[in-house]
Write a protein that binds this ligand. Structure first.
Ligand code: UDP
Length: 323
């Protein structure tokens, strides 16, 4: 099988590329290195089954060739990270909606199977946890730019479902919940790399808001395994599927756990959301997936839990000198 991974030099994409190669596939990565990094895939470049194109998915001429040459497409290229999204709303909206439009149009032209990566941001500020795929979405006003991310990914989902329904395009949508692991950078706001780096440097751990917001962290290997199974599962076609971990923690407890695991001297400081992001910023209080659909369709259960995730991320940053 020859897989095309958009955003394949990113955190999740690079792990997916590695795993697909390990399983004997050919992998082509397209990445514009906006949030992806060459370091993530450098170790794969000597593999004859691996190829890398540094280009945006919005370049339709290049994408046309790449899609025509592959058997299946994992579409991961997107604007990611709440902080980045609040800072660059135009790029978020354009990259997410226009990028997915190109991918789906070309997948349809060459009849290629496609997996669209979506997000638990879709559920917005709903507190009806655990979130089921068909639950109502609860969003803030358009004047709060955070919600542009949720809305842009919702358009991606609508478009993929529309292609499936109207044109029988083989597509599946994977909604992710706080994926973490080695190679994730703290640069765009993600909390675990941030806290681990702060703790290792003895700097203050920056908890936003009151720290009682609740998140369920999913190890990247669990996500990669699920993506490959979803792509291979005929039952998953035309479906939206949550992939995550249903055990969670508050951000305040996460900060304490990381301080203790790194034996850090860092203090924990609380920063109001207005200061951390922008005035009037609205957070999601809880994110927790209902995983029964994923279990039924592909036998999914997350295998790696938080303590082990943190051990691996701490090891990773101890070996790095970045940022
Ligand atoms: N967060 C925090 N300090 C940081 C970065 C993030 O307290 O330095 C909080 C953030 O406000 C959110 C949670 O941690 O409530 C998870 O943030 P992340 O950006 O990792 O994921 P998301 O907001 O998309 O769930």
């Amino acid at each position: 099988m020859r897989a095309l991974i958009t955003g394949g030099a990113g955190f999740i994409g690079s792990h997916l590329a590695e795993e697909l190669l390990k399983r004997g596939n050919k992998v082509c990565v397209i990445d514009d290195l906006s949030t992806g990094r060459l370091e993530n895939v450098n170790h794969l470049r000597s593999n004859p089954d691996f190829s890398l194109v540094i280009e945006t998915v919005l370049n339709e001429t290049v994408m046309d060739r790449l899609v025509s040459e592959c058997d299946e497409i994992y579409h991961l290229a997107a604007a990611v990270g709440v902080e980045l999204i609040v800072k660059s709303p135009v790029a978020t909206i354009e990259r997410n909606i226009l990028g997915t439009d190109v991918v789906l149009r070309l997948a349809n032209r060459y009849l290629r199977k496609v997996l669209i990566t979506s997000t638990s941001e879709i559920y917005g500020k709903s507190e009806a946890v655990p979130f089921k795929e068909d639950a109502d979405r609860v969003l803030g006003p358009t004047t709060k730019s955070r919600w542009s991310y949720s809305s842009s990914k919702a358009i991606d989902e609508f478009l993929a479902l529309a292609y499936f329904k109207e044109k029988n395009l083989e597509s599946v949508i994977m909604r992710l919940f706080n994926t973490v692991g080695p190679r994730q950078t703290g640069r765009y706001g993600m909390v675990i790399p941030r806290f681990v780096q702060q703790a290792l440097a003895g700097k203050p751990i920056t908890v936003y808001g009151d720290g009682n917001q609740f998140r369920c962290f999913t190890f990247v290997d669990d996500v990669v395994g699920a993506a490959i199974k979803l792509m291979a599962s005929p039952n998953a076609l035309g479906q939206v599927v949550n992939i995550g971990n249903d055990r969670g923690i508050t951000i305040k407890d996460l900060a304490e756990k990381i301080v203790s695991m790194t034996q850090s001297s860092s203090e924990i400081v609380f920063i109001p959301y207005d200061e951390a992001y922008e005035e009037g910023f609205e957070d999601m209080r809880v994110r927790k997936p209902d995983l029964s659909k994923a279990a039924k369709l592909i036998g999914y259960r997350p295998e790696i839990q938080l303590d082990e995730i943190l051990r691996r991320v701490i090891e990773y940053f101890k070996d790095q000198k970045e940022e």
